[in-house]
Design a protein around this ligand. Structure first.
Ligand code: ADP
Length: 315
């Protein structure tokens, strides 16, 4: 029992959070193993920020059970916070101070001092590719570099558990990849557990496991590969002049049942090119464009909810 508890970094069971009459979290349960990179993916309003705040010990639950590093945040928040690193969506750095000054201030809050503090700060900056930025003011850094400084700051007191709210929002794709690569190294080299929220598919794809939130509920939880295997083969998306009419036509003529999501028809098929040929032969005049590909986690979300993760985003 003890060993099992020691290997779990975070655990929530039937977690609930109400804001007045609104239930932002309606009974969420999962466990995160030590050393795992765990992503919580969901559209706006699904409860990600609420869950992040509870996992960061900043907001109490209104029902259910939470354990962080084996401790209860309702009674032992101080002990948890000493072992926890938190990265917020909004910048938590002083733009007028240099990178190193920001880290020093943060270290002081954790009782770190002098040479040990400076050594740890410089080592972290080195590991994050920021050695040459230590004496630059934060306001002069690009978004990607500033995000890495945030990560360095959170890592300074050697947290066992890192909780990050949408960590790579606002970063360009290159910076995003770099950031996730750093998280992966932290996990491998220091055994840090990472819990992050995201609405970005590519960020979710790089997690060990992903929990998909929708309207305050966890609708799926698995590795990205296993989630995608739930979708039957390739995904074909058809942009039609009259989607309802084409949907009926596909049903009657081809015996297929496309889903209509955000104005686009979507079908799953083991071999997309065969289906595309079949559709084009029967309905060439009605089709504006067809695309197909291997399933993404968004396809899993659509299959589970009938909606897109980001309404109106690219197909
Ligand atoms: P997400 O981060 O996925 O966008 P949130 O956790 O911010 O989701 O919100 C979940 C739900 O709770 C939404 O319906 C939101 O409007 C509601 N909510 C969030 N914070 C508050 C609050 N302080 N007061 C009232 N409702 C809130």
């Amino acid at each position: 029992m003890r060993a099992a508890t020691a290997s779990v970094a975070a655990e929530v069971e039937d977690l609930r959070r109400r804001y007045g009459a609104r239930e932002a979290l309606a009974g969420v349960s999962f466990r995160v193993a030590r050393g795992e990179i765990f992503g919580l993916l969901g559209p706006n309003g699904s409860g990600k920020t609420t869950l992040f705040k509870i996992l960061a010990t900043l907001l109490p639950a209104t029902g259910g059970r939470v354990r962080l590093l084996g401790l209860d945040p309702a009674r032992e928040a101080r002990a948890i916070r000493r072992r926890l690193g938190v990265v917020f969506q909004h910048p938590g750095l002083d733009p007028k101070l240099t990178v190193l000054e920001n880290l020093r201030h943060h270290g002081h809050l954790f009782g770190m001092r002098g040479r040990a503090l400076a050594g740890r700060a410089l080592a972290l900056l080195g590991g994050l590719g920021l050695d040459d930025r230590a004496h630059e003011r934060v306001e002069t850094l690009s978004g990607g570099l500033a995000r890495r400084v945030e990560l360095a700051k959170a890592l300074l007191p050697r947290p066992e558990l890192l909780v990050l709210d949408e960590p790579s929002t606002g970063l360009d794709p290159g910076a995003r990849r770099g950031f996730v690569a750093h998280l992966d190294r932290l996990r491998r080299e220091d055994g840090v557990t990472v819990l992050l929220t995201t609405h970005l598919l590519e960020e979710a794809e790089r997690c060990d496991r992903v929990g998909i939130l929708d309207q305050g509920r966890l609708v799926a939880l698995d590795t990205p590969g296993a989630l995608k295997e739930r979708v039957g083969g390739d995904v074909v998306v058809v942009h039609a002049r009259d989607p309802e009419a084409l949907r009926a036509g596909m049903r009657n003529k081809l015996g297929r049942e496309p889903a209509l999501v955000d104005g686009l028809l979507r079908l799953e098929h083991p071999r997309a090119p065969e289906l595309v040929r079949e559709v084009m032969e029967a309905f060439e005049d009605e089709v504006i464009a067809v695309s197909f590909g291997k399933p993404t986690i968004e396809d899993v979300f659509i299959r589970l909810t009938g909606r897109r993760l980001r309404e109106g985003g690219p197909a």
